[in-house]
Ligand binder design. Structure first.
Ligand code: NAD
Ligand code: MG
Length: 393
């Protein structure tokens, strides 16, 4: 029996994880489930999976969650500290599926406690990858990639010494063939309508800007320890080949599978074993052909910004991520346009001096500063757009 704690249990990855847990009642038991603010859904899933503990990160909803779970025997707590406590509590595996840098403290706490972490929360690794991998080395905790591309590579990576190059595939998102002019006018609803994957809003927007692939390059660098120039991106609109490893002898090993996150999640949950999943099987004869193309860094500047942040190292990935989180939230809230997202990230990177974060407090300080700066750029761009609309009206 594996005892599992699910951070971000109410989200897209959290729900897929719970689906697999429910299908394997004799393999998995749920220790704790957590959510950001959605106490109703958290109360529902905590009862459905028989969790021992439910934690809501936003303490404003503590009373609501307590009421909803009263008499169930499920322990309830609230606030960021409680989240870290839950991640640190004994478990065999922590599924890190919170979105954004908010997931860093609990994910790091799990690694520091020596617990195996199945990592979906790529932003944590982008902000503080060195702290996380150092903690894992220190305690011997396994860090298992859940992100489909990294999970694919993990499955086909035999020996790092003989690897020439690793390739992450990208669907290209919903705007793959739009011009820059056409992208100027896209709406949040269009941006979250991903062509191949069903995911949370933030990662869907990141997929539309290709920032997601940029964050994933940084994630891959921390997970697999190659040089940045050994990491490549290839656009593959069908999302069936997820990752490729090229060896020195010219062999290329790739992992294929349907675009269903339950495949990599099942792999991480059961590792080093495998469990059955109900996902649709690949029918390559029906698919007929697989398509690939180079990514376009002119129409998708976020990818180039992330590549530059990876090459520069130090705090640059953390600034990139924080500014992107602010810009994506502003876009989803209607405050700025789609193309402003990468522009806000670029401006924020230019405005902040480099520095080398060494502790979680350093990372938090850089993250907070980057968010404040990005918010200013958001306000400026928002005002300009508003003035433009007024003139046009
Ligand atoms: P989501 O928005 O659907 O769910 C996010 C979860 O995090 C929810 O449970 C939410 O309550 C919780 N949360 C949000 N803000 C929080 C905060 N401040 N403190 C504590 N908890 C908070 O997101 P998702 O699509 O499931 O993605 C989760 C993570 O997995 C992201 O880092 C994403 O990049 C990564 N990922 C997702 C997919 C996917 O298919 N959805 C694929 C690969 C990687
Ligand atoms: Mg991915």
């Amino acid at each position: 029996m594996k005892r599992i704690t699910i951070l971000g249990a109410t989200g897209s990855v959290g729900s897929s994880t719970l689906d697999l847990v429910a299908r394997n009642p004799d393999r998995f038991a749920v220790e704790a489930v957590t959510a950001g603010r959605d106490w109703r859904r958290l109360a529902e899933v905590a009862q459905a999976c028989g969790a021992r503990q439910a934690v809501i990160a936003d303490a404003a909803f503590h009373a609501e969650l307590k009421d909803a779970l009263s008499g169930t025997g499920i322990a309830v707590s609230a606030g960021p500290e409680a989240l870290v406590e839950a991640a640190r509590a004994p478990a065999d595996l922590v599924m890190a599926a919170i979105v954004g840098a908010a997931g860093l403290p609990p994910t790091l706490a799990a690694l520091e406690a020596g617990t195996t972490v199945a990592l979906a929360n790529k932003e944590a690794l982008v902000c503080a990858g060195s702290l996380m991998t150092a903690a894992a080395r220190r305690t011997g905790a396994d860090l298992l990639p859940v992100d489909s591309e990294h999970n694919a590579i993990f499955q086909v990576l035999e020996s790092k010494e003989r690897v020439e190059r690793i390739t992450l595939t990208a669907s290209g998102g919903p705007f793959r063939s739009l011009s820059l002019d056409e992208m100027r006018a896209v709406t949040p609803a269009e941006a979250v309508r991903h062509p191949t994957w069903s995911m949370g809003a933030k990662i869907s927007v990141d997929s539309a800007t290709l920032m997601n692939k940029g964050l994933e390059l940084i994630e891959a660098w921390h997970l697999f320890g190659l040089r940045p120039d050994q990491l490549a991106v290839l656009v593959h609109p069908q999302s069936l080949v997820h990752g490729l490893v090229e060896y020195v002898d010219g062999s290329v090993l790739a992992q294929l599978g349907p675009a269903d996150m339950r495949v990599p999640i099942a792999h991480a949950l059961a590792w080093p074993e495998r469990i059955a999943t109900p996902v649709e099987r690949l029918n390559l004869a029906a698919i007929g052909r697989l398509e690939f193309e180079e990514p376009d860094r002119i129409r998708f500047p976020a990818l180039a910004l992330a590549e530059a942040a990876l090459a520069a190292g130090q705090c640059r990935p953390c600034v990139l991520n924080a500014a992107n989180e602010v810009a994506v939230a502003a876009f989803l809230g209607g405050a700025i346009g789609f193309l402003d997202i990468a522009a806000v990230v670029e401006d924020s990177l230019a405005a902040l001096a480099p520095g080398c974060p060494e502790t979680l407090d350093d990372v938090s300080a850089i993250d907070a500063e980057a968010r404040a700066v990005a918010q200013q750029f958001v306000s400026k761009r928002g005002e300009r757009a508003f003035a433009g609309k007024r003139r046009a009206g």
